[in-house]
Structure formats: C-alpha cells, structure tokens
Write a protein that binds this ligand. Sequence first.
Ligand code: ADP
Ligand code: MG
Length: 847
Amino acid sequence: MADVLVHFHPYFIIIAIGLTIMASYTTLDMLTLIRSSEKNKRLLFLGGTLSMGIGIWFMNFIGLISSDINRFANYQIPLTILSISIGIAFAGIGFIFLTGKNIPFLYLFISSLFLTLAVIAIHIISVYALNLTSHYNIPLFIFSSLLIFGSFLFSLWILFSSKSYLLGNQGWLKPISSFVMSGAIAEGQFLLQRSTTVMTNQQVLQASNNENMFVIYMVLFVSILIIGGLIASSALISKQLAVTDTNLRDIKAALDASAIVAITDKHGIILYVNDKFEEISKYKNEEIIGKNHRILNSGYHSKEFFQDLWETISRGQIWRGEIRNKAKDGSFYWVDTTIVPFLNQKGKPFQYIAIRSDISQRKQAEQDLFDSIKEVRDITFALNQSSIVAITDEKGRIEVANDKFCEISKYSREELIGQDHRILNSGHHSKQFFKEMWKTIGEGMVWKGEICNRAKDGTLYWVDTTIVPFLNEKGKPYQYVSIRTDISDRKRAQEHLSERIKEITDIKFALDQSSIVAFTDAKGNITSVNDKFCEISKYSRDEIIGQDHRILNSGYHSKEFFKNLWKSIGEGIVWKGEIKNKAKDGTYYWVDTTIVPFLNEHGKPYQYLAIRNDITEKKKTEEVLHRQDKLAAVGQLAAGVAHEIRNPLTSMKGYAEFLQLDEKDPERLEFLNIILDEIERVNTIVEDFMVLAKPKAVELEEKNIVPVIKNVVSLLEFEARKKNVRLSFACEEEIIQIECDENRLKQVFLNFIKNGIEAMPNGGDLYVETTIHDHTVQISIQDTGVGIPKEKLQKLGEPFYTTKKNGNGLGLMVSFKIIESHNGKVFVESEPNKGTTFNILLPAKTA
Ligand code: ADP
Ligand code: MG
C-alpha cells in the first residue's frame, strides 16, 4: 500500500479518510436511530444511505485522481453521477436488512455483500468515468473484495449483533465500527486500484495543473458540505429524538417494569412484547412475534366477549377487562387488561398497545372465597336435607330449627322458637343424663348420644344427637348447634333383633340340653361343639376343635356311606342317618344324626350344623335281633344235624322203653328212666333246633291274638300260683287281628311268661298287656324279678345262653326267630332287682 501512497497527495488522502470516517459514523448513527425510534424512519434511512454512498464514492474518487492527477480533465460527469447513484443504491439495499428489530446474522451477511458491491461498482464505473483503460489482476481483485466484505461484516457485527450492543455500549461501539468500516473502504479502494492496471490514453488532453487543483478543491468542498449537512441533520434528529425518546423510554421502562406490555398491529398480530409478557406467557419473544393473541386463548371467555373487545378497540376506544389466558405450558393466568388503540391521521387505529397486570392471585383468592362460600352453602343444604338441626342460645333456648326438626317433633317453628329442649323431654332419660350432657357442652366440648324425645302428639322418637358448642373469644359457649338423625327405625330394629337373639339363644339352649351339637366349616373341620358332644365322645373341647369328624370314625361304616353323606350335604341337602362312632376311650356309641348345611348367598355351604342324639341303647336291642340273622345260618346247619339225630333217638327211645317192660330190678329200672328222660331232653333240644330250620315263609293266617294270649296265661296260672306269682292280663281291645301262626306265637308267649315267672323265685307280679299304636300291636310282658344287668343284655337270644341250672338257653333265641318271621320286633327294658319288660311288636290288621 505504501507503494501506492507514494503517488498520492497526502493531504487528499487524509481528508478522504477523515471524510469516509465521518460518513460511516453518520450512516451507522442513523441506522441505529432507525432501530430505536418510531418516527422519521424514512428520513433516517435516506440520510444513512446517502452518506454511505457519498463516503464510498469520495474515497474512490480521491484515490483515483490522486494516483494520476493529470487524467482529471477527462472525467466524465454523467458516469461519475451514475457511479454515485449505483453506490447509493447498493448501500440502500444493504441497509434495508439492518432496519428490523432483530437482525439475524444472515442479514448482516447480505448487507455486507451489498456494501461490498457498492464499493466495487463505484470503483469500476469511476475507472470508466476517468476514460481509463483498465486491466484487472484477478486474484488481487478477489482478495481485496473479500477483505472489504470481511471488514464490513465485522463492523456491522460488532454494532448490530454482538451482545455488548444490547448492554448499552453503543457509545463507543459506534466509532469503532465506523473506523473499521472506513478502513474497509479505504483499504479496499487502494487494493482495488492495485489490482487495476491503468493504461494511459494517448489522446488525453493535457490540462493545466492549476485548473485541475481547482476542480479537486471544488469536489472536496461540495463533499464536505453534503456530509457536514448530513452530520448536522443526523445530530439534530438524534437530539430531537433523544428528548422524546427519553420521556418515552422512561415511560416504557416504567411500563416494562410494572406491566405486561404487548403491541399489535391493527389485525391483532403481535409486533412487540416485553420481558414480563414473555415471563408470564412462557413464550419466547420469537415464538410470539407475528402471532395472533389467540395463541393465548384459554377458552374461558365467550366469543361475544372478544367480539365486544374488538368492536370497542377498532372504534378507537380504550377497552378494559379481565382476561384469563393460557400460558405455553398450559397453565392459566388472569390479567387485568387495558388495550389502547393508536390512531392514524384519519382516526383509524393502526396499532394497539395492550397493558396488562397479573391478577391471577387475586382471581385465585376470589375463586377460593367463592368456592368456600359455595361449600358452606352446600354443606348447609346437605345438612338440612339429611339432619334435624337446631341452634340454641347459651341457655338452651331454641333460636333456629330446620324443617326436619319441625317435621319430626310435629311442632311448628313458631311453637319451638324461644322454648328450650325440655319441651321434647320423653322422661326416658334420667336427670343425671341431661346433667352430664349440659356439663360437657357447658365446658365447650362436643357431646354425642342417643336421645329419646317426645313429639307434640305424644309419640316417642329416637335421635342420634351431636351438640357442638360455639365458643366466644373467652372460650365460653355462646350458642349450641345440635345435629340429630332419626334413629327410631334403628332402635326398633335393635329391639326386634334382641328379641330374636333371645329366641335363638333359647332354642340354642334347648338344643344344647337335648342334643349333641357340633358345627363344622365347609371342609368338615369342627369349629364348635357343645358339652354333650364332649361328654359322649369323651374328648375335651380343645382336643376336638379343628379336627374333622374322622377322629370319631369307628370303622363300622363303609367309605361309600360317608361319600354319600358328603355328597348330599355338599349339595346343600339335609342328611339324616344313624352313625356308629368311637369315643376317645375306644367304646362305641350310636348317634342319630341330622346334618344341616348353612348356605351362603351363592347357595354353597359355608358351614354345617350336626345335631345328634344318642341311640346306643336302641341300637343294642336291634343288634340282639340282628344277631338272629347270623344264627339262622347256624340254625340251618344245626337243624340238619338235628334231623339226623332224631331217627337214632327214636329207635333209642323205643329200645329203652322195650327194655323197661321186662326189667324188674328197681335200680336198673331207675337207670332206664334216666336214659329215657335224657333222650326226651335231647329230643326237645333237637325240636327247638328244628324250629330254626323251618323255612321263613311260615303259613300265616289272620287270627284274633287276644284269645291266644289268654289261653297261654290260663295254662300257666297254676304254675304261677305255685311260685307265688300273681299273673294278670289286660287288653285295650278284645279283638286284635294279626297274620300269624297260632301255635308258634303260643310258644313265644309261653317262653316269655315262663322266663318271667322263673325270674321271680320269691314271687312277684307279672303283667301281660296288649296295646295298639297305629297298625302295630304291642304285647308287653313285665315282671318284678331279678332283672338283667346291662352288660348281659347283649347276650339275650344267643343260643345256649342261660343263667339257670336247668335252662337250655334256647327259649329267647327261638322266640326272637318266630317274632321275626312274623315281621315283628322285640325291645327289652330291664333294671337289675326291679324287673324286666319284654315288648313284642307285631303288625296288626285292625287299627
Ligand atoms: P332258659 O330260660 O332256658 O334259661 P331262655 O332263652 O329262655 O333260656 O333265657 C335265657 C336267659 O335269659 C335266662 O337264663 C335268663 O338269664 C335270662 N332271662 C330271660 N328272661 C328273663 C326275665 N324275664 N328275667 C330275668 N332274666 C331273664
Ligand atoms: Mg326260658
């Protein structure tokens, strides 16, 4: 560059650089003013553009003429004007990008590009304007273009995009920026010149030096005038702006600090928002600019609300109101809003400023208050609907009574107000009761209880009562609120229930007294048993609870038996049957059992109740009879044998009698008699066996049984008298028809009566009685003899069981057999030393 400068008039260059710096500063000053002020934008823009254009041109012009001052005479005025115009145009285009509020880096880039173009365009056209033939050094040309561009970009960047600008350091950034810019222009010019090899035109007219100098000074003078004018106007404008701007800025600052501010255009598109707006709406500046306020619509207000708003402000009037908005995060906030329309000369709004203040908290408080008032009202309503409410003063005089109170007490409100609660006293409660109640509430504590009151018509009703004392600042009750609910139904139900419970308890008691009772759960585990259960099973309650009934299993019943039992109770059907159980000590007992399943709502049993009765005694008697079945088989065999014995016995008897005829020796005769007696004895035994052997289907005829019994009784009367026994016979009916084999039944009665007589060796009474219960005749033979010990009862009917010297122990066995073949039954009741009763039951024809 020094090489270039050698050919220059140094004064010119210093003046040119100074001018360029001034031009740049003016330009930048005006551009920054555009950004911060609302008015005079166009003027500022034009001024800025003009000063930049002239600045660039002047630098270029001075540069060129100073390099070869002699060529000045060839300067073509139109081309010079063109170069200035194009420079200004390019600078203008570049500056358009710098007028916005936000300048992205891309805009700075484009702006720098146009400014560079302005410099290059002025240079090229100036070269032509000076009638110079040029040849370009391309790499140097590109380098210098890039340098210019870079310098422009840097200077614009420090002013418009760097953060420091925002911090208010504009004061010293502007000169730096203008220096850099001037540097770019100056340096660029010289570099461009270097890249242009200028060939001197031979036909160029030589002009005098003085003349040239005059023109140069003229141009210099004009340029200084223009730029000076621009500087002056820019200073004036900025001063003027500063005054209004200070006020405005102060107001704006105050507004920004205190209020949420947004400016929209006449269509409602948001142009500006302040920090507070961003803060409350949670939208970023760039998210909200250019959007409609609808973005904040919370949906709370009606369409008419906004319609009214728009009508008001578009008429040019101020609108005020409270708006609920929605922030970006979906939360709501309330703002007190004032929208002021800005009117143009025609009185039409061209933009609106909306000033809002956050009233969410107030709104919330309002809402809370409203909610709690509503809640109180709702609670009061609910209380009045559901409860009997009364308020009394501190002495208990009724001040307020609700409808339900009147309804239940049957008093009208007028009758109640001013009375005290004694009006309702039913006399059910003691004085003490009310005394305690008053003591409690008098001390400021809540009292709860159930009270029986008397209504106006004398009927009694029960109320569940809560009395709440309201305390004054001294902690003394000044009124009482009593809340009651009608519990008469519940009380009645309770009474009914307790009656029922008593009834059930009685039944349970009766059951416990009479029967063996056990409860089991659904699985059959015993959950409770009564005393009788423990008594008969000989287990303690502790041993039996939790067990299942298998603990009592005697092994007597088949698996099938219990399977059926479980099947029926499992289906919810009551089971009845007789079960043989084993007690803890190994003895067996029989129980008549009824198992009742208790069903849940699904019809499934959830527990079982087993009611049992001891039938061991009855079972024993039955066992006696049952044994006959077993004996039948034995008898069958014995009878076969007996039949075979009869024939030899007959011949033995015949020969013995034959020998007796000729026998004279008394001793031998005695022996033969004994033989015959013994033969007779064997014969009776055999005959008795023969009875067992007879087929079951005996030939039965319908006969009156009364004469049959009478016959036997009279037959034995003699023998009885001999043994000092009073024999008596009594019958209900004279004619009792039964299907029977007369002779065999005779044998039965004979056996029983004979046994009875034999049981009374010292004499006694023997009663024979017939009674009839539906279709059954009972013949009982009762003696007052020695009786039969309990353990011997089982033995009755066993063949050859006898306690007598001359007994054969077949009588009962045969008798049972005969009774059985008549479809009858025998029961024995006996008590040692008191007597024995045999009861014979036979099916009867007559009722
Ligand atoms: P026997 O009379 O030959 O002994 P039974 O079969 O008639 O044979 O009787 C068997 C036993 O039953 C008798 O020995 C007696 O011990 C007992 N017996 C029967 N009837 C009575 C009774 N009425 N009182 C007491 N014991 C009786
Ligand atoms: Mg006998």
